[in-house]
Design a protein around this ligand. Sequence first.
Ligand code: SF4
Length: 473
Amino acid sequence: MRRLVGTHVYSYVKCPRLAALDLHLPRSERRPPHPWEEFAARRGREFEAAYVQRLPVRVPVYPERDFEAGAAATLALLREGAPWIHQGVLASDDRLGLPDLLRKVPGASDLGDHHYEVVDVKTSGRARADQILQVVFYAELLAAVQGRLPTHGGLVLKDGREERFPIADFLAAQREVVEELRRLREDPELARPFLQAACASCHHDRRCLPELQRRDDLSLVQHMSHGARAILERLGCRTTAELAAFEPDGARARGNLDATLLRRLRRAAQARQRGAPVVEPRPRSPLDPAAIVHLLADPFADRVLAFGVLYPAREDGTFRWAPAPTAAAEWEVFRALVDALPARAALLHFGDALPRWCETHTFARDAEAAIEARFVDLGQRLRTAAVYPAPVFGLADLVRTALGRDPLRAGHPGAAAMWAAEPGGEARLQAKLEHDLRDLAALKAAILDVAAPAPGSPAASLPVTGAAGEAAC
Ligand code: SF4
């Protein structure tokens, strides 16, 4: 029987199917990590090592993978009262935990006048539920060893700040996850794959996505939820093809699904059958004159690495870009690109990355607030202007689905920090910005600039240049 470990808790929160597969399959069945994923993992390890270096830590010594010996060596250090223990081993019944740090705190326990609490080191900017539950998982294992549950746990975040939280607040949720994991260990089919944003970075994507395609699974339809899929399947509607023709008579026949939601899902399933987006027949305010502004960031360092602009906002517009060599230079680099644009041009961007970045900079510059007033989120407009033949979680999905292009032909945006650290990496940043900007212009032309067709018009379905229906998978 495979033991439950902290990463199973972490995986379960991301996707129960991921936890089920991790519990049942050997590591060799996972997709090998992409270079940028390895780069990010290495940075995480280096960050942890740099943080731990400042502490007077002790490390249990034991033969590799002999976790019983590791747990015994950790117990010896706990009894001894070492102020910090790095990479201790906690084992109890069918669970095994390898927390980053155990910290000695006052208060009697089975160990003596002291006890320990768990501190994990993360590279995120704020504490997430999956990280908190992982610490609570370790805290329960620690309780079995020291005879008392620590009152608090801690997460060290990427700015070095520690966020503390009461263990009791999350204990019930953590226990529920552990019970679910035990059920999944018995039967992995209790958690089926479901197409979601997390699939794009999941090491089981090459297993799940073909399976979803084979089954013509309902999660391949835009706006589908787990609950709606379960209701539709109970009603005998199990594939996107069946959903496209599903016209139940009355609330009972549609499983009390909201009629508007069902209509929306059916339209999305029909778009999938056609393999092309269906533009919504409603008036839209014109966007021109406009430029498209885009950035590539390093989320770990909270840095923008480069900005690009395309003006006019057409695929054949003039592309300009500039790298931001330091955090201090970001604002000037951005301003120089924007100041060269006509003052009346709207600044089209995708998602909230640019406004969020701008907000932190304009906070100290009242006079610059006019720039933010020119922002228009293309992502929001594109999402509401059409029904797509596949779920669209981000720019890559829109490019694949609506244009039939490979959105990663100039590389993955998650690799930007890795390129920036490589000799000659600037050329890759430039190419990625240019491809993304021209893709955004093509999306604007294909979805937002076309005259909205009349309801029911056969012209409502856009022609596409590739196999859009297959795209999201
Ligand atoms: S590919 Fe998607 S459905 Fe499959 S395990 Fe990963 S996140 Fe879950």
